[in-house]
Design a protein around this ligand. Structure first.
Ligand code: GDP
Length: 528
C-alpha cells in the first residue's frame, strides 16, 4: 500500500467521558467489532474505584505489565483505528489533556440518566479550544433516562456544542424498542440480547410505511414520526466540513453494554472522522504527507516493575514514516538517536514494528532522555507546540526525609516530573521545592514511587496557594516589573523550564496584583 493510502486509512482518536459513563465498555465493543478481542471483559478498566492509592498502585502495576491499555489499535474494514486511553478520573485530568494533543478526533460518551457531568465539561472545553472534531454517544438507553430532546439541549448548553442527531431513540428504559438511524435511514430493533452477533436492522425508505407500526406498535410509530419531523425541523443537515472544523457534532444513541448502536457509531466514525491532521509547530505547519518523519512525545509511562526500570515514551507520528534503527534528531537535546525496538500497540499485545505511519503511536524505551513535549525529526529543527502545563490545584513543600539519599530524591523528583506526574516549582526566595498537582492522590503516588523506585523518602508540608500563574512581561527592565519582582518576591518561583511563576495565595490577591501591575500578564497555562 502506498504511503498516502496508509495515511488516509488511519483514524486516531480518544474517548472522553466522566467516570462510569461507559468508556471502557464502549472501547471493548469497538474492539469486538474489529475482531481485536474475542470476548467481553478483555479490556481492563483503569478506573480508580475508591480513590485509594492502593487502587492506583494496583492499576499502575497492571498497566506497567500491559501498557497496551494506553493505546489500542485494531483494523476495521480496511481502516486502521488507534484508540488512545484518556483517564476519566479528575486527578489524572492532566494526563488526559496531554493525550488530547495526540488525537485527531474524539468520541464523547454521555450517560442518558446523568446527562452532562463535570469531567465531560472540562474535557470537552479543551477539545473545543483546539477545534477537535467530536462525535457524541449517548449511552445506557436500556435504562430510564432524560428525554432525548432535553438531553440534546443540555449537551448544547453545557458543552457549548452544535449537535446533529444521527440517530434517535425509540422509547427508553423499559420501553426501549430500538433506534432510528437518520444517517443510514433504517431502524435497529433492540432485543436486549448482547450475545447476538448481528443486530436486526430494517431498511426504512419511508417513515410513513405501515411496516413500522407492525414492528414497534402504532403508538410508538406515531411518536417516532413526530419526533423525527421535529428533529429534521430543529437541526440543520449534517455537514462534514462543519464537523471537521469543530463547528458541528453528530450525536448517536445506544447502549454500549448491550452492544447496541455501537456498529452504527463505528461505521459513521470510520466514514466521517478525520485522517491524521496537519500539526502546528513553533516553526511552521507540518503536513502528514511530508516525506520526512516528525513526531512528538505526549506521554511517558514508567515501568513499575522494579526489575525493568526503563520507561516507555509514547510518540505520535505527525509526518513521514518512522523506521526502526534509523537515526532521528532529538531536537531539545540536539542529539541523534536510533531506536532498535519501537513498539506498536494492539488490543492484547505490543510488538516491535519496522515502520509506522502518521497517526500511529510508537512506544520507545527510554532511560531518561525524554520529556513530555519533546520532538523527534529527521534533521529539521521543529518544536511541536501544544503540550502545555496547567496551573495545579494543590501545592505542597517537599522535604527530604533521609539526608543520605538526597541524590536519589532529586533524581526521582526530576524523572517523575518529566513523566508529567506533577509539577515542580522552586521558590525564588529560598530555593525550596514545591510540588503542584491536579489531585491530592498524586502526593501519595509520588511518595510511594520515590520510595519504591528510587529508594528515597520525602515528607510534605502544606503551602497555601490558590493558583500558579505564568508571568509574561513585555519589558522586564521597566520600573513596574522591577517593583513587582521586589514586592512579590515571596510568591515567585521558577518552573521546570525556568519560566517565572507567580503563586497567588487567593483569588483576591491575584486580582489585586493584576490591578496593580497592568502591564504584566498572568496565565493559567505555561503556553501563551
Ligand atoms: P467508564 O468508567 O466510563 O469506563 O465506565 P464503564 O464502561 O466501566 O461502565 C460503568 C458501568 O456502567 C459498568 O457497570 C457498566 O457495566 C455499565 N454500563 C456501561 N454501558 C451500559 C449500558 O449501555 N447500559 C447499562 N445499563 N449499563 C452500562
Amino acid at each position: 500500500m502506498s504511503f498516502i493510502s496508509e495515511i488516509k486509512r488511519r483514524r486516531t482518536f480518544g474517548i472522553i467521558a466522566h467516570p462510569d459513563a461507559g468508556k471502557t465498555t464502549l472501547t471493548e465493543k469497538l474492539l469486538l467489532f474489529g475482531g481485536a478481542i474475542q470476548e467481553a471483559g478483555a479490556v481492563k478498566s483503569n478506573k480508580i474505584k475508591k480513590g485509594a492509592t492502593s487502587d492506583f498502585m494496583e492499576i499502575e502495576r497492571q498497566r506497567g505489565i500491559s501498557v497496551a491499555t494506553s493505546v489500542l489499535a485494531f483494523e476495521y474494514e480496511g481502516t486502521k483505528i488507534n484508540i488512545l486511553d484518556t483517564p476519566g478520573h479528575k486527578d489524572f485530568a492532566e494526563d488526559t489533556f496531554r493525550t488530547l494533543t495526540a488525537v485527531d478526533s474524539v468520541i464523547v460518551v454521555v450517560d442518558v440518566a446523568k446527562g452532562v457531568e463535570e469531567q465531560t465539561e472540562k474535557l470537552v472545553e479543551v477539545c473545543r479550544m483546539r477545534n477537535i472534531p467530536m462525535i457524541v454517544f449517548i449511552n445506557k438507553l436500556d435504562r430510564e433516562g432524560k428525554d432525548a430532546f432535553d438531553l440534546l439541549d443540555e449537551v448544547e448548553q453545557k458543552l457549548g456544542l452544535h449537535v446533529i442527531p444521527m440517530s434517535f431513540p425509540i422509547g427508553m428504559g423499559y420501553d426501549f424498542k430500538g433506534i432510528y438511524n437518520l444517517w443510514e435511514k433504517n431502524i435497529n430493533l433492540f432485543s436486549g440480547n448482547s450475545r447476538k452477533d448481528i443486530e436486526e436492522t430494517i431498511e426504512i425508505s419511508d417513515l410513513n410505511s405501515k411496516e413500522i407500526d407492525e414492528l414497534i406498535g402504532e403508538k410508538a410509530a406515531n411518536t417516532l414520526r413526530e419526533e423525527i419531523e421535529l428533529v429534521e425541523g430543529i437541526y440543520p443537515d449534517f455537514d462534514r466540513e462543519a464537523y471537521l472544523n469543530g463547528d458541528q457534532q453528530p450525536v448517536f444513541f445506544g447502549s454500549a453494554l448491550n452492544n447496541f448502536g455501537v456498529r452504527e457509531l463505528l461505521d459513521c466514525f470510520v466514514e466521517i472522522a478525520p485522517k491524521p491532521r496537519p500539526k502546528q509547530s513553533e516553526e511552521r505547519i507540518v503536513k502528514p504527507e511530508e516525506k520526512d518523519f516528525t513526531g512528538f512525545v505526549f506521554k511517558i509511562h514508567a515501568n513499575m516493575d522494579p526489575n525493568h526500570r526503563d520507561r516507555l515514551a509514547f510518540i505520535k507520528i505527525v509526518s513521514g514514516m518512522f523506521e526502526r534503527n534509523k537515526p532521528y534528531l532529538h531536537v531539545r537535546n540536539n542529539k541523534k538517536m536510533k531506536f532498535s525496538s519501537p513498539n506498536a500497540f494492539f488490543a492484547e499485545k505490543k510488538e516491535i514494528v519496522d515502520i509506522s505511519y502518521p497517526g500511529d503511536i510508537v512506544g520507545i524505551h527510554d532511560t531518561g532522555n525524554f520529556k513530555i513535549g519533546d520532538t523527534l525529526t529527521q534533521g529539521e529543527i521543529i518544536n511541536y507546540k501544544g503540550v502545555p502545563s496547567f496551573s495545579p490545584e494543590h501545592f505542597r513543600y517537599i522535604n527530604n526525609a533521609d539526608p543520605l539519599k538526597s541524590k536519589q530524591l532529586y533524581k526521582g523528583i526530576d524523572q517523575l516530573m518529566d513523566e508529567g506526574v506533577a509539577q515542580l516549582f522552586t521558590l525564588e526566595l529560598n530555593g525550596r521545592k514545591v510540588i503542584g498537582t491536579v489531585g491530592a492522590l498524586q502526593y501519595e503516588v509520588i511518595q510511594y514511587r520515590l520510595e519504591h523506585e528510587y529508594g528515597a523518602k520525602c515528607t510534605y508540608e502544606n503551602l497555601n496557594v490558590h493558583k500558579a500563574c505564568w508571568v509574561e512581561a513585555d519589558d522586564i527592565k521597566n520600573d513596574e516589573y522591577k517593583e513587582f519582582i521586589r514586592v512579590k518576591a515571596r510568591y515567585l518561583a521558577k518552573d521546570k523550564h525556568d519560566q517565572l511563576v507567580f503563586l497567588a495565595d487567593s483569588p483576591f490577591s491575584l486580582q489585586m496584583t493584576q490591578q496593580k501591575y497592568p502591564s504584566i500578564k498572568f496565565h493559567y497555562t505555561s503556553e501563551f
